[in-house]
Design a protein around this ligand. Structure first.
Ligand SMILES: Cc1cc2nc3c(=O)[nH]c(=O)nc-3n(C[C@H](O)[C@H](O)[C@H](O)COP(=O)(O)OP(=O)(O)OC[C@H]3O[C@@H](n4cnc5c(N)ncnc54)[C@H](O)[C@@H]3O)c2cc1C
Ligand code: FES
Ligand code: FES
Length: 1356
């Protein structure tokens, strides 16, 4: 069959939310996500990455199988789902689950009421994952629940409240099972009476929840059932603008099609072809979709194995294997178990539900988790072509590398045969990834050994690795050599050497992690060796004693469990009016709208007539002269309207806020990869992007290209001013101290990874040069200012509107201003509305993030642990423009003391000017880096003195009546209280003992525990930056419209402001509405940044409300029994103004950098966190076991929101310090441009036990209702995990007699942990010494029992 004769295009029939969709012009290039959002205007389903990695676009797909008469419901990522694949399917989106207009579904209700949404951008995806699970399992287990959420990322909440909502659907009890005191922590409330204050542990009440009633769900459309049962299946053709989709129904047809179009890919899940087309520019004019062909969906159980169709989804494969494992004798299912183990962590459920077995195998990606284990297990491929059928071992397709042509282009993989394991056969699979779940592996392996019957003589051995080189690779020589050998230490010794020799990884120049991968390659084999030894023991315990007790724990992989958590906060006083919401855990004002998908973000705004889409063209050079820009090809593209360059900017293209310009469009030269050079506007997003790719820019490279801090130092390339703080007499102090340590720590940058990418809609009004600018920003005033300056119009013509922001974390300040200016200049030139929504890749490339940091330190201290002197230098990588870099450097100096009094201190901070994209504000603003340096030398002092880190911390912690290094007084009482409470609540000392015991009993797994204090100064350094205003209108029906200058970006500011207004006006929250933040209602508002939003806007709202109440007071006095509505009516009739502004002048803060003195902060927040972790020394993997946080945040206005901020920031801190790694090419090109390469914490990363307590009886006289600004502080507490990992590594090194001092950088990834836990495996790799390694047998270090393969460990 060919395309001839198939000219007509099919009508695509599917259902969305119970509504029939007939699409006459289905375009095979169109994914369901854009179809839902743009065509059907169902904007609840969100774009977060476009590549299947974030889950924001999750929908439920339902299909009907006539043969079994079964309906299958599964979650899928709409961003990778071609609409053509949906013929006959029913799609349910968040809008179909429930809405405020109809019925809010229990999933939506509980997510909102359990405070599971902050910015709300991930929430619809979360709802859909949970909803789909409940459709299949109305009473799921907690394992099912946690698995269902593995593919959904949230950057705000830290997942705990989401999981709390989930738990309410699970059948198991929600008890924390933490019975240290014999009681469940959830039952502790009664015991939690402070001396004076009652505390509460309930942030929501389950009594309010509607029950889940599965009978209320949308049914599968009967028409689709009839279609599936009655309509004869026929080949479907869909012709798009550039691509044709053919979906045959028989193998015969498929063979014809493949013979006619050998280059056309077979698309099943589109999880491999889709990302290639989207991100790597691959284009296929024809694709063939074979999913409906029965032969490709077979499931056949045979005497010796199982045959599975190539189109079977990975989820189906997992289910089939799980069933088989429970039905067949254990001996037969070892292959099944190993494959199913890999499937457990492969992608998220959304990926596994659509990705096919055949697709995974045939893509032959080096990162395939299935190929190594399937190849090692002798699986066979059943191939068919017009030339005939054949069966080949799967391993053959890797026989000679990537370009292997064992399978011809015409050949189709019909099915895969997976054999039963045999007696005496052992099979295992391993993987190590940057994140335990939903992350492609760094390296994986499949291994199988068959012994001569009743012996440990190797009859057959098979070892395959993935991730190591460009495709799956076999250690063939090694396996042949070892046949006939006993499974003992000599064999292990030789095997490791042979494997390292045979698996030749490319040198470090061509890729990173080479040493780590090599270490994993041998470590995996060692793990297999131990596993098999242990299994041999079960066969014959007399002959095979198994492995020592200390080694056994390493055979258990870390599993993700639904965390148990407790949140403790001070309850409101019994005397507080029931209507007064202050201090209560009120749900986020938009919570239900987040969960129903009704909350509107920029790209959800309906299109404006004639609207154009903008795509940016960015520099591919780090430092170069622009020789020419050729736009001719781009302008010829379909739908292209215009190209915008610096020449089109009517006025300001460069903004001077500090030492150097912030630039809208590069004019003559580029200063980083990712700088915007020009932009294409076209009639659609796709056309704009296609044309942008055709703009040709010629460069002439300029020297020097400075990328790193070291290079900046070498070239003396800094932003001015450099800052220094000096206190006491440092040089003299160094002369009197007992000890001095010197060191350095590097802290990598961090991507904001707000879930909503930078977004702007600029709409010219058409008169008086007015323009409405809708933008996702934390700072509307700066958007207004920059847009007005770029267009050369007064600010009063630019109206900036922000309803809500899908996460910001500091990343939507200046950068958003530049992007808004790009869109506004385009809108101005074209006189059309222009929409600019950055793709995730562009966003990561262009907008910078947290500053990479190097801290060099010299610390002088006494033998008793007292620190006397610190001399330090901090360098931050500011990137190519100043942005806030100098300010970040200043803050890093001001906050460097963390919780400690350092009597003599000198520190310099330098903001390096480099050719990386400009870095910017990020939650914590320099504090997370500088405090990590401090805590690092604290542990260094501990190492040197032999005292514990917590002792050093206690000895040096601020005491009463002390001053900071810039002479600001502070009262550390609450710091000490937090520390002591955290010690107590975490049972630190008894757990430390338990950790030590565990470490003595376990060799390859170790635990670590650490407790870290925190002082987080609050302030913006100067008064005018903390001024705020509010505007409150009361309408004659009594309803109140509130606005203020703060931005809602997930931190619940509008909820809190409504709480404030409700208290002040003494009316219920339901009477008060917040619509949007706008420059038209509150002018010149300061940025919502620096944790200050609630403090300052709260004061302004209070002021406005008090003004109104003052005006109303005479009326109220006259009619005290009247209602609010009576008073308002009367006020109107008496011509009393019902609108008032409120104002807060800001905090009186100052800093004199010349003198090094000042009061830059108004108050201090305090906290402490204790974390416990467990590491796997063989892989470097770790598990966060438990975290206890105690925070002093004053009197919380809304404990649910504040605890959410602490937890979310803490988990972001875990990301910063342990996993998030930005990678650049040597030329300065960012590699990590999406969730597939850049790993933020997922559900699997949060501590198994997670408790947060707010310090009770804490009052703050400086902020609204005695509260404290909490947005940023919690992030640093993530460092407790870093130091717990350090503790675990220390324990390994002590046991192995390794050097006591060692340096760990941030992020402390699995790679670094593995390298620090040096052993003979790492040694083999580093010394590249394959023959001469001496792997010696020794006795087990603790038990005295014979120990297999206890490698000799020399002094490193
Ligand atoms: C976010 C994300 C996370 C992922 N995580 C992991 C992971 O952790 N581990 C892992 O191993 N993989 C992972 N993957 C990869 C995923 O498993 C594979 O992309 C998937 O299995 C491919 O199947 P598919 O049906 O989607 O392939 P498609 O994209 O539809 O097709 C893939 C290729 O296989 C060919 N092909 C498909 N079927 C046949 C057939 N029957 N005969 C001949 N050729 C055929 C096609 O021609 C095409 O070239 C991930 C992918 C994504 C997007
Ligand atoms: S947008 Fe689809 S997974 Fe991220
Ligand atoms: S609430 Fe999850 S990303 Fe913001």
């Amino acid at each position: 069959m060919s395309l001839q004769g198939a000219a007509g295009t099919e009508e695509l029939i599917f259902y969305v939310n119970g509504r029939k969709i007939l699409e006459k012009n289905a375009d095979p290039e169109q994914m369901l996500l854009s179809y839902l959002r743009k065509r059907l205007r169902l904007t609840g389903t969100k774009y977060g990455c476009g590549g299947g990695g974030c889950g924001a676009c999750t929908v439920m797909i339902s299909t009907y199988e006539p043969a079994s008469k079964k309906i299958r419901h599964y979650s899928a990522n709409a961003c990778l789902l071609p609409i053509c694949s949906l013929y006959g399917a029913a799609v349910t989106t968040v809008e179909g689950v429930g809405s405020t207009k109809t019925r809010v579904h229990p999933v939506q209700e509980r997510l909102a009421k359990c405070h599971g949404s902050q910015c709300g951008f991930c929430t619809p995806g979360m709802v859909m994952s949970i909803y789909t699970l409940l459709r299949n399992h109305p009473e799921p287990t907690s394992e099912q629940m946690i698995a269902a959420l593995a593919g959904n990322l949230c950057r705000c909440t830290g997942y705990r409240p989401i999981l709390d909502a989930c738990k309410t659907f699970c059948k198991e009890s929600v008890c924390c099972q933490r019975k240290a005191n014999g009681k469940c922590s959830l039952d502790q409330e009664d015991d939690l009476f402070d001396k004076e204050e009652k505390v509460s542990t309930r942030l929501f009440s389950t009594d309010e929840f509607q029950p889940l009633d599965p009978t209320q769900e949308l049914i599968f459309p009967p028409e689709l059932m009839r279609m599936a049962e009655n309509q004869p299946k026929r080949t479907l053709f869909f012709h798009g603008e550039r691509m044709t989709w053919i979906s045959p129904v028989s193998l015969d047809e498929l063979l014809d099609l493949k013979a006619a179009h050998p280059k056309a890919p077979l698309v099943v899940g589109n999880t491999s072809v889709g990302p290639e087309m989207k991100f790597r520019g691959v284009f296929h004019p024809i694709v063939i979709a074979p999913a409906r062909i029965p032969d490709l969906n077979v499931v056949k159980h045979m005497d010796d194995g199982l045959t599975l169709g190539a189109a079977c989804s990975l989820s189906l494969v997992k289910d089939i294997l799980t069933n088989a494992i429970s039905e067949y004798p254990e001996e037969k299912t070892k292959v099944f178990c190993a494959v199913s183990q890999q499937l457990r962590t492969l992608g998220g459920e959304q990926i596994r539900n659509v990705a096919s077995l055949g697709g995974n195998i045939i893509s032959r990606k080096s990162t395939s988790d299935l190929n190594p284990i399937l190849a090692a297990s002798n699986c066979m491929l059943n191939l068919v072509s017009r030339g005939g059928r054949r069966q080949i071992p799967l391993s053959d397709i890797f026989a000679d590398g990537v370009g292997n042509n064992t399978i011809t282009p015409e050949e189709i993989l019909v099915s895969v045969y997976i054999p039963h394991s045999r007696k005496g056969e052992y099979v295992s699979a391993f993987r190590q990834a940057p994140r335990r779940e939903n992350a492609l592996p760094i390296t994986n392996a499949g291994m199988r050994v068959l012994f001569e019957e009743g012996t440990d003589l190797i009859k057959d051995l098979s070892i395959f690795y993935g991730g190591a080189v460009a495709t799956t690779i076999c250690a063939k020589q090694t396996c042949w050599t070892l046949i006939g050998r006993h499974w003992n230490d000599q064999m292990l010794d030789e095997a490791c050497r042979l494997i390292l020799k045979e698996i030749a990884l490319p040198g470090s120049a061509s890729g990173e992690k080479v040493d780590y991968k090599k270490t994993l390659v041998v470590s995996f084999f060692y793990r297999f060796f131990l596993e098999v030894l242990q299994s041999l023991r079960t066969m014959d315990p007399c002959r095979y004693p198994g492995i020592p007790m200390e080694y056994r724990s390493v055979l258990q992989d870390f599993k993700t469990k639904i965390p148990q958590s407790i949140q403790i906060y001070q309850d409101i006083k019994p005397s507080q009016s029931p209507q007064d919401p202050v201090g209560r855990p009120i749900m986020h004002q938009s919570g239900i709208k987040h969960a129903t998908g009704e909350a509107v973000y920029i790209d959800d705004l309906p299109s404006v007539d004639g609207e154009l889409f903008l795509a940016v063209v960015t520099s591919s050079r780090a430092h170069a002269k622009i020789v020419s820009i050729d736009t001719s090809e781009a302008l010829k593209g379909p739908g292209v309207f215009d190209i915008i360059t610096a020449h089109d900017v009517p006025a300001t293209n460069e903004f001077y806020y500090s030492d150097g310009p912030e630039i809208i469009f590069a004019r003559n030269k580029v200063i980083c990869v990712g700088q915007i050079v020009c932009a294409v506007v076209a009639d659609s997003d796709i056309h704009a992007k296609q044309a942008a790719a055709k703009v040709k820019i010629e460069y002439e490279v300029l020297e020097p290209v400075i990328l790193t801090i070291e290079e900046a130092i070498k070239h003396n390339s800094f932003f001015e001013p450099k800052r220094k703080l000096e206190h006491g007499n440092v040089d003299q102090a160094f002369e009197t101290v007992d000890n001095i340590i010197e060191g350095e720590i590097r802290i990598g940058g961090q991507e904001h990874f707000y879930m909503e990418t930078q977004s702007v809609l600029a709409v010219p009004i058409g008169e008086d040069k007015e323009m409405d600018v809708y933008v996702s920003t934390q700072h509307p005033a700066i958007i207004q200012e920059m847009v007005a300056a770029s267009l050369g119009v007064p600010a009063n013509r630019i109206m900036c509107h922000v309803k809500r922001v899908g996460g910001a974390f500091g990343g939507k300040l200046l950068k958003a201003g530049l992007l808004a200016s790009v869109a506004a200049v385009a809108a101005n030139k074209t006189s059309r509305a222009v929409r600019l929504i950055l793709s995730r890749g562009d966003d990561m490339l262009i907008t910078g993030g947290r500053h990479p940091f190097i801290g060099k330190y010299k610390v002088g201290f006494m033998n008793d642990g007292r620190i006397r002197a610190v001399d330090a230098k901090y360098y931050i990588n500011g990137g190519c423009t100043p942005d806030d870099s100098v300010l970040v450097a200043e803050v890093s100096l001001l906050k460097m003391d963390n919780a400690y009094k350092i009597p003599n201190l000198r520190c310099w901070a330098y903001a390096c000017k480099t050719n990386l994209p400009s870095n910017t504000a990020f939650r914590g603003f320099g504090f997370p880096q500088s405090a990590l340096v401090t805590e690092t030398w604290i542990t260094g002092v501990a190492d040197k003195t032999g005292l514990s880190p917590e002792k050093i911390r206690e000895i040096n912690m601020y005491k009463e009546n002390e001053q900071t290094h810039f002479k600001q007084k502070l009262d550390p009482q609450n710091l000490i209280r937090c520390w002591n409470e955290c010690m107590e609540k975490s049972a630190y000392y008894s757990r430390k003992k338990a950790v030590n015991e565990f470490n003595q009993q376990n060799y390859w797994k170790k635990k670590g525990i650490a407790i870290v204090p925190m002082k987080f100064p609050f302030g913006l350094g100067t008064r005018y930056l903390s001024q705020a205003a509010a505007l409150v209108h009361i309408y004659t029906d009594g309803s109140v419209l509130l606005t203020h200058g703060g931005i809602e970006m997930g931190q619940g500011i509008h909820t809190k402001m409504i709480q404030v207004a409700s208290r002040e006006l003494n009316i219920p929250m339901s009477c008060i509405h917040f619509c949007e933040t706008s420059t038209t209602t509150v002018p010149n508002a300061c940025a919502s940044a620096g944790s200050a939003g609630t403090d300052v806007n709260g004061m302004a709202v209070k002021d406005a409300c008090q003004t109104l109440l003052k005006r109303l007071q005479p009326i109220i006095n006259k009619n005290p029994k009247g209602t609010w509505n009576d008073w308002i009516k009367e006020a109107f009739e008496q011509s009393v103004s019902l609108s008032a502004t409120g104002y807060f002048r800001g905090y009186n803060e100052n800093m004199d950098w010349e003198k090094g003195e000042g009061q830059p902060f108004t108050y201090f927040l305090y906290g402490a966190a204790c974390s416990e972790v467990e590491i796997n020394c063989l892989t470097g993997d770790h598990k966060n076991l438990r975290t206890d946080i105690v925070m002093d945040i004053g009197y919380s206005i809304n404990p649910a929101v504040d605890i959410g901020q602490i937890e979310g920031a803490f988990v972001q801190g875990i990301g910063l310090y342990t996993m998030e790694e930005l990678k650049y090419s040597p030329e300065g090109v960012l590699y990590t441009r999406g969730p597939d390469q850049y790993k933020i914490p997922a559900v699997c990363d949060i501590p198994e036990q997670f408790s947060v307590s707010l310090l009770s009886s804490s009052q703050n006289p400086y902020a609204i209702y005695a509260s404290k600004g909490i947005g940023e502080a919690g992030l640093f507490l993530g460092s407790s995990v870093f130091f717990a990992l350090r503790d675990a590594v220390t324990s390994v090194r002590n046991e192995r007699g390794l050097k006591k001092t060692f340096a760990l950088n941030s992020p402390l990834t699995a790679e670094q942990i593995r390298a620090s836990c040096a052993d003979d495996f790492t040694e083999m790799v580093i010394r590249r010494c394959f023959p001469p390694v001496t792997c010696t047998l020794a006795l087990s270090p603790h038990s005295g029992t014979p120990c297999y393969a206890q490698y000799s460990l020399g002094e490193k």
